[in-house]
Design a protein around this ligand. Structure first.
Ligand code: AMP
Ligand code: MG
Length: 440
């Protein structure tokens, strides 16, 4: 069928960054839940509410080293009180405190009955038999209520909570050694290209070292996912096919290179055989082209001979019926483009897969210090150094898509929209704070 000028035009239309991202996120679902040891739960999201089974702290206790007393006795100072004993953390008080009496008490020790106030040791003469309180002390101070941190029966951490160090501590104090969390995505990383050698090798003529597998694996790691390094794939359909078949055990696959329209770019045709893939021309610089697709397999059929073409899963059902669907991100080979498209498209997808609800980095407005020229039809993500105190941003230097140093110097991306061809120094621009955790 001849292609009409209209359809040719439609095919030429560049996809916006937001359209591509929406297309990707609509196909991604959170992984299943599993119980993991507490220390493995850092960076995961809770798959069920956590309810306090007891009060924390479980008993009234002292917040200071000092003397447990009756508040009425220390409203004025100086005052002398009879010391009737001592209680240390981990012990129980042997008697109650009456009027005119004091009990030595250590931080964390249970409060004796009768006492409602702790006088700090610094506000006394620290004596053993009769203590002199030298500063008036307000009734009730330095006493921690039972349940003042966490109350029995309340939902302390709702389902969906991202577990950071503080939440891990809360789980420990509630006696939850194996929280139920969304599984950590295991993400296969593979570089493609006949020119690529490993960093341990001295590159021969025409060869370059593999940086993408390492930067991408690290980006996967910092997205709290598990990178699974795969060997470099050569530019033949057979080696790519075999590599993808092996990598299908992963929850997602990230490739770099081989998505252009060069003679040796095999990602699109090979993934099409094993599932479906779209190679997008996105209105972005750097980062064109980008591919996103899905590999389909029946359960346990990984080694059942050559992979046959399969029908694409219907758009309404993200899971392929009776088998697995493994999302695949075909990133460009240029080191800056690979890492930048990971940040913009893959990281939010992996976070969604991890059960996170906040998928996007914080943004800020900043005064541009360097002028920037850009193609009007593209959205440019320039690498910048943001000075939050000054509210200003400057470029990291040369911005070529092969200049990885532009990324390593950067603490933000300047998000320069389609439309303008030039941003002048002094203009206000939007920056994406890529060193900060997602906030929306
Ligand atoms: P491609 O997308 O395969 O055409 O590659 C685009 C450019 O990125 C070429 O200059 C490649 O040599 C380079 N490149 C591809 N893969 C890698 C890699 N793993 N590490 C570093 N550079 C790469
Ligand atoms: Mg290549």
């Amino acid at each position: 069928m001849p292609i009409s000028p209209t359809s040719a035009k439609a095919a030429d239309r560049l996809l916006t960054v937001d359209e591509a991202l929406e297309g990707i996120l609509s196909r991604i679902r959170p992984l299943g839940a599993r119980e993991v040891p507490l220390l493995d739960a850092i960076g995961r999201t809770l798959a069920a509410d956590v309810v306090a089974d007891r009060d924390v702290p479980p008993f009234r206790n002292s917040a200071m080293d000092g003397y447990a007393v009756r508040g009425a006795d220390v409203a004025t100072a100086p005052v002398r009180l009879k010391v009737i004993g001592a209680v240390a953390a981990g012990a129980m008080p042997e008697r109650s405190v009456g009027s005119g009496e004091a009990m030595r008490i250590m931080t964390g020790a249970p409060m004796p009955d009768g006492a409602d106030t702790v006088v700090r040791v610094e506000d006394t003469d620290n004596a053993d038999d009769v203590v002199t309180v030298t500063a008036a002390t307000t009734k009730g101070v330095s006493v921690r209520r039972a349940g003042e941190d966490l109350q029995q029966g309340t939902t302390v951490l709702p389902k969906g909570t991202l577990l950071r160090p503080a939440e891990i501590g809360v789980l420990a104090s509630l006696g939850v050694p194996k929280p139920l969390v969304i599984a950590r995505p295991r993400v296969a990383v593979m570089a493609t290209g006949d020119e690529i050698v490993e960093p341990t090798e001295v590159p021969g003529p025409g060869k370059i070292r593999n940086s993408n597998s390492y930067s991408l694996a690290s980006a996967i790691w910092t997205a709290a996912c598990g990178p699974w390094m795969r060997p470099v794939v050569r530019d033949t359909p057979d080696s790519l096919r075999a590599a993808l078949r092996d990598a299908m055990e992963a929850d997602a696959i990230v490739t770099s290179g081989g998505v252009s329209v060069g003679d040796h770019d095999w990602v699109k045709p090979v993934v099409s055989e094993m599932g479906r893939i779209d190679v997008w021309a996105i209105a972005i610089r750097p980062g064109r082209p980008l591919a996103f697709g899905e590999l389909y397999s029946s359960q346990g059929a990984f080694d059942a001979g050559p992979v046959r073409p399969r029908d694409p899963a219907p758009p309404s059902t993200p899971g392929h019926v009776g088998g697995r669907t493994v999302p695949i991100f075909g990133l460009p080979g240029n080191p800056v483009s690979a890492l930048l498209t990971f940040e913009l498209f893959v990281r939010p997808a992996l976070l969604k897969m991890s059960g996170r609800t906040k998928l996007f980095r914080p943004r800020a407005q900043a005064k541009l210090l360097d002028p920037i020229d850009k193609p009007a039809e593209l959205r440019l993500f320039a690498r910048g150094i943001h000075d939050a105190a000054a509210g200003a941003v400057r470029l990291t230097g040369p911005q070529g898509s092969g200049i990885l140093r532009s990324m390593s110097l950067a603490n933000c991306l300047l998000d320069l929209p389609e439309g303008p061809e030039r941003f002048a120094a002094g203009e206000t621009v939007t920056v994406i704070l890529t060193d900060h955790p997602e906030d929306h």
